[in-house]
Design a protein around this ligand. Structure first.
Ligand SMILES: C[S@@+](CC[C@H](N)C(=O)[O-])C[C@H]1O[C@@H](n2cnc3c(N)ncnc32)[C@H](O)[C@@H]1O
Length: 456
């Protein structure tokens, strides 16, 4: 999904060498700025005020700011606000929330960090301000690396910043920041990293790229900890001209193998649940430490999932008219969706959660968003034990989770909104569902999770 911005940035960078004005123009276009996209001063001020307040109530309020903490003067001034003599911005505080969460969960500062999809370098800057000994390998598309190289050189004039095609380049050995273009990611092998991070980027890549990066992290190199925050909930417009490409993105959550111990899980985590910012995708955060899953870990994952297996929605589903939880998809909906209109919808194509929802007339929204959520417990059981029951229940739970927006829908005649794993549980389209996502959602999630189980 980054081919368009990357091509734009490439064109701009091809016209003149990177400088502060060009840096600002590129960052101002909004592609990198998760929370500073709207540069209305009122929005910026209200967001920062909410973030500062929220940080006090989270663990992250305990971690003290570095003395020189503040937004870089390179960032457009309209994305910042001055608070008690410091220039702050929503994205700066977002990066700080990641850094502070890492402090809480890692125990000690990482010495070598791999960041995939590092954007303009905002996180790397904040992390190094906090842990000056921390060295980075940044892996991104070339235009983004050019932008990040400029930004980091301005932030750390003393630092050694190297653009390399391989980490075995002699110049890369002692560098503080090694910038490697994505097309050379396959050459990163046999390396050790204390930490790998990825923010708001894996969720936008093709499934093949996502698979490649997970192979890099889980198989080809030694990565002790992993922290990522990415899209899980977003609407998808099936009338989009690039629908096939959109359907081929995401899938990151299904890629975690069983040998991670998850120390933090959250939907709309940390500072992301900001009420001021509505115009953004919903994300999930996973912080994990590499550790071979022993029998005890497998048993524990199964046990916490079993509690969900006993929840009332499972009993209700089993008792519903179409109550076969094991119902399999007989139609290739993925292919059918691309031929819009060709899908025959009926109880035989999917579990008909709507029917018993209508009968019951109520769904309590599941407000649990952390490791105690049904989402986490079922996902974790699928990840560690490959449990088919948890996989089916996860699909079902997701469908029920989004019951409320579906209620206003026009019925199942048109599949105008579909969900892939990235776009799996979207908030609707034009403010409402115009289709029956109950059919497509279980299919897509199931497909991805099934693919993941074959990796076990
Ligand atoms: C929305 S920006 C997020 C930037 C930053 N991580 C943040 O949280 O602000 C997405 C980033 O992913 C990068 N990206 C897109 N496709 C990529 C790929 N195949 N490999 C590596 N990076 C990629 C883009 O160049 C961009 O820097």
């Amino acid at each position: 999904m980054w081919s368009n911005p990357a091509a734009d940035y490439s064109r701009q960078l091809g016209r003149e060498p990177i400088n502060n004005g060009l840096f600002r123009a590129i960052v101002s276009s909004g592609g990198y700025a998760q929370m500073s996209m709207l540069r209305d001063p009122g929005v910026v001020e209200a967001t920062v005020a909410w973030q500062l307040d929220t940080m006090k109530s989270l663990n992250i309020g305990r971690v003290a700011w570095p003395e020189n903490f503040g937004e870089s003067p390179l960032l457009p001034s309209e994305t910042t606000v001055e608070v008690e003599g410091r220039r702050l911005s929503p994205d700066l505080l977002r990066f700080w929330s990641y850094v502070a969460a890492l402090d809480v969960h890692l125990g000690q500062p990482p010495r070598r960090v791999l960041e995939i999809g590092s954007g303009y370098g905002g996180f790397a800057r904040v992390m190094r301000l906090h842990h000056p000994g921390c060295r980075f390998v940044l892996l991104d598309l070339q235009p983004s690396l050019t932008v990040a190289g400029h930004f980091l050189a301005h932030a750390f004039p003393e630092a050694l910043i190297v653009h390399a095609t391989s980490l075995s380049d002699p110049s890369a050995k002692d560098a503080d920041f090694v910038l490697v273009a994505a097309e050379h990611a396959g050459d990163i092998t046999g390396e050790s990293f204390d930490l790998a991070v990825n923010f708001w980027s894996l969720g936008e890549m093709t499934r093949a790229h996502v698979a490649g990066y997970f192979d890099l992290i889980q198989a080809r190199n030694s990565v002790r900890s992993l922290f990522t925050v990415n899209h899980v909930f977003a609407p998808l417009d099936t009338t989009a001209h690039n629908l096939p490409a959109l359907l081929d993105t995401g899938g990151w959550l299904s890629r975690f193998d069983r040998d991670w111990q998850i120390s933090f899980f959250g939907i709309d985590p940390l500072l992301h649940d900001c009420p001021v910012i509505r115009h953004t995708h919903m994300g999930a955060a996973v912080m994990a430490q590499r550790q071979v899953a022993d029998l005890e870990a497998r048993r524990a994952a199964s046990e916490i999932a079993t509690q969900v297996h006993r929840e009332d929605f499972v009993t209700l589903a089993a008792a519903s008219p179409a109550g076969d939880l094991a119902t399999s998809q007989t139609v290739d909906l993925h292919a059918a969706l691309q031929r819009r209109g060709a899908v025959v919808i009926g109880p035989e194509t999917a579990f008909d959660a709507r029917r018993y929802g209508d009968t019951l007339q109520l769904w309590r929204d599941d407000s649990r968003r952390g490791a105690d959520s049904a989402f986490f417990r079922l996902w974790n059981d699928v990840r560690i034990n490959g449990s088919p029951l948890s996989r089916r229940l996860l699909c079902l739970w997701l469908a029920s989770r989004w019951r409320a927006p579906i209620r206003g829908g026009e019925g199942p005649a048109m599949l105008d909104t579909v969900l892939t794993e990235q776009y799996e549980f979207g908030a609707g389209h034009d403010g409402r569902w115009r289709s029956d996502p109950l059919l497509t959602l279980p299919f897509h999630v199931s497909r991805n999770l099934e693919a993941a189980s074959t990796l076990l």
